[in-house]
Write a protein that binds this ligand. Structure first.
Ligand code: PRX
Length: 657
């Protein structure tokens, strides 16, 4: 933190970037901010009218009467798929490549806007034929593919609400989401291919559907990706190619209110149960479009590449909706960055002449490591001269990784947009504007125009620059979360807590603003949420999973810093049968890791497992997690342990396996 605040290298936007930029100076940025300050409704109304096709124009911009259940553009009607596809075809972009898809094995297939529109219409017609209507929920459990994007767009076209579940989640996680969202259909694949290996999808869906509560599922639609052997249940399961075969290539969109939910995406919070983050249609789409224009400065000739998965919000906003809504050409990649070798990203940038590249710090850090003693996979061995802008998302990017990215990938000529945002925010909140904002490595700089981000203390009062605090947003914005599906109370309590006065949006992160520049630096989560390789994980979720194992009596989960993954999951376990040692302990640790992998998904597997006869507790029985955090880091405990009931336990827990 100290080092970050002392970071004084400043990188100004390059002159030739500034020339054509959408926001070409700090004056232009300040002007937009001032416009929002002066007339908030007018600012958003202007942008919504300029950027979205409204079937029926809205007459009211923001309705705050039921705050914090804000409504934007509510009486306006529109359709997200129409705004992404039809609009571009009507503008004459039918023959423009919408998606350059590169498969795991390097095979490339392109689709134009016209073809995308036809495929989405066919799929939308097929869904309608199955009886799926506006407002129905559809689970999408697919790998990175054109078909995945078609499935999402087809739902949007008919007003069905999609809920994409990341392909790395387990059957149990999938079932929990199917039940919570009350889905009537699942769209999946036979298998997915990653790093040359087929991984199951359909088998996991089949298992999920046997776990109970999934009786509402009437249809399972399967995209044939590998041709692997999967069971098809008659009357329920069908192949995607069969259901679309005879459908028309046109499909009248469902014109929905701007407030109609476009999707629900589950994310982790500070309890054991993931939250179904509900997003709107109009406000969400508006911000996806504006951030494509402002943060990514998208131009008609750009080749845009966001490496995220459609299972996360980044894939929603910057693969499925944002790039298509602005008529861009984008790369969609099925595989992993290390296959067939760790030069895959650089090779693909060179091959497809990508101009904008948006990835996660974890990927950057792992590729720094992989190329440190292997010239062949170092970005310098590739022609990356097509790049003009880089982006980072999902976790703090440390200044060393920033510098490496800037120099080796961007050739010291591309600005880096370090974009701070969340599943709940729908799109970027705080980020440099590449043609305007001077960049400081490790800082996400300033809020985008119209985003009233601030830092407050525990009572909700502003703190001065230079003093750390809680990151909040003071005014509602169009792409904000609308609700937690099925749990409006949790929505209010999680995001608009009474303690802060009830009107501030609580992001869940700590932050600090620089005394001189007022730039924001995110200091990490202030709740029980971990960020492992940019994946968000609740410690309570992992704890409840562990205590569900028959061997486990008690468990506590904390994070510790990790060079590669940002944070690593560290678990402290008390077994029912006493504390294991030696090979026994190793065996049980592996068993517990696999258990978490099976119950939640491989991304939640703990890195460290430690056993004790007990956990450090206060006399009232509360687990002292702050001590566990110190032990997890391998540091000496210098904090006060006088309230600790059982100090001897600390020595046991220090023993790593
Ligand atoms: O802690 C922040 C971190 O990721 C969290 C949001 O995670 P999720 O909802 O999964 O969305 C990830 C993709 C938008 C935030 O609360 N985070 C995200 N971007 C940054 C970041 N932390 C620091 N800098 C960022 N640029």
């Amino acid at each position: 933190m100290e080092a970050l605040m002392q970071e004084n290298r400043v990188f100004h936007p390059p002159a030739d970037f500034v020339k054509g930029a959408a926001i070409p100076s700090m004056e232009a940025y300040n002007k937009l901010c001032a416009e929002a300050e002066k007339d908030y409704d007018g600012f958003w109304a202007r942008l919504a009218n300029e950027n979205i096709y409204w079937k029926k124009p809205f007459t009211k911009v923001l309705d705050e009467s039921k705050a914090p259940f804000y409504k934007w553009f509510e009486d306006g009607t529109t359709n997200a798929s129409y705004n992404c596809l039809d609009i571009n075809v009507e503008k004459g972009l039918g023959n423009k490549t919408a998606i350059i898809f590169e498969a795991d094995d390097g095979t490339v297939s392109n689709v134009t806007y016209q073809e995308m529109l036809e495929r989405v219409c066919k799929m939308a017609n097929a869904l309608r034929k199955m009886g799926i209507k506006s407002g129905d929920r559809v689970i999408i459990y697919m790998s990175m593919s054109i078909e995945g994007i078609v499935a999402m767009q087809a739902c949007a076209r008919i007003g069905a609400i999609h809920s994409v579940v990341f392909g790395g989640f387990s059957a149990k996680s999938l079932q929990e989401r199917i039940v919570d969202v009350g889905a009537c259909a699942v769209i999946t694949g036979d298998e997915q291919l990653r790093g040359g290996k087929p991984l199951p999808l359909k088998v996991i869906v089949d298992e999920a559907l046997t776990l109970g509560g999934c009786e509402k599922i009437k249809n399972v639609i399967v995209y044939k990706r590998t041709g692997g052997n999967v069971a098809m249940t008659a009357g329920r399961d069908s192949w995607m190619h069969d259901v679309v075969a005879n459908e028309s290539t046109t499909c009248e969109p469902e014109w929905v209110s701007a407030e109609h939910p476009l999707f629900i995406l589950y994310t982790s919070g500070s309890t054991g149960k993931p939250k179904g983050v509900q997003h709107s249609t109009g406000g969400y789409l508006l911000w996806a479009i504006l951030t494509m224009k402002w943060t990514f400065d998208i131009k008609p000739e750009d080749i845009f590449w966001c490496t995220a998965d459609i299972g996360w919000v980044t894939g929603h906003s910057y693969i499925t909706y944002g790039p298509l809504a602005v008529g861009a050409t984008e790369i969609v990649f099925e595989g992993v960055p290390t296959f067939p070798n760790a030069g895959r990203f650089w090779h693909m940038i060179q091959k497809h002449k990508a101009t904008i590249f948006y990835t996660a710090p974890t990927a950057i850090r792992s590729l720094i490591k992989a190329s440190s003693n292997d010239e062949a996979v170092h970005p310098k061995s590739y022609d990356l001269s097509s790049l003009r802008l880089l982006g980072s998302v999902g976790e703090p990017i440390n200044p060393e990784a920033w510098m490496w990215y800037y120099e080796n990938v961007g050739g010291s000529r591309c600005p880096i947009a370090d974009t701070f945002w969340q599943t709940e925010t729908g799109g970027h909140m705080i980020s440099p504007l590449p043609g305007a904002t001077p960049m400081i490595p490790g800082s996400c700089t300033l809020p985008l125009p119209g985003i009233m981000a601030a830092i407050v203390d525990e009572a909700g009062a502003d703190v001065p620059n230079g003093q750390g605090g809680i990151l909040v947003v003071k005014r509602p914005w169009p792409s904000m979360i609308r609700n937690i599906w099925n749990d409006p109370d949790r929505f209010v309590k999680s995001y608009f807590p009474e303690e802060l006065g009830g009107t501030l949006y609580l992001a869940g992160d700590g932050a600090i603003r620089n005394k001189d520049t007022a730039y924001f630096t995110i200091t990490g989560r202030i709740d029980d949420v971990l960020n492992v390789s940019g994946h968000r994980m609740g410690t309570m979720e992992i704890e409840s999973c562990l205590v569900a194992n028959p061997l486990v009596a008690e468990a506590a989960v904390v994070g510790r810093p990790d060079e590669l993954t940002g944070e690593a999951i560290c678990v402290f376990v008390v077994l029912k049968g006493g504390r294991p040692t030696g090979d026994d302990a190793k065996k049980i640790a592996t068993e517990l890791r696999n258990w978490v992998g099976k119950q939640i998904g491989p991304i939640a597997k703990p890195k460290d497992v430690r056993f004790g006869d007990n956990l450090p507790k206060t006399r009232s029985g509360k687990i002292m997690r702050r001590l566990l955090r110190v032990i997890a880091k391998g540091e000496e405990i210098t904090q006060d342990t006088s309230t600790l009931e059982n100090p001897a336990i600390l020595e046991q827990l220090k023993e790593a396996l």
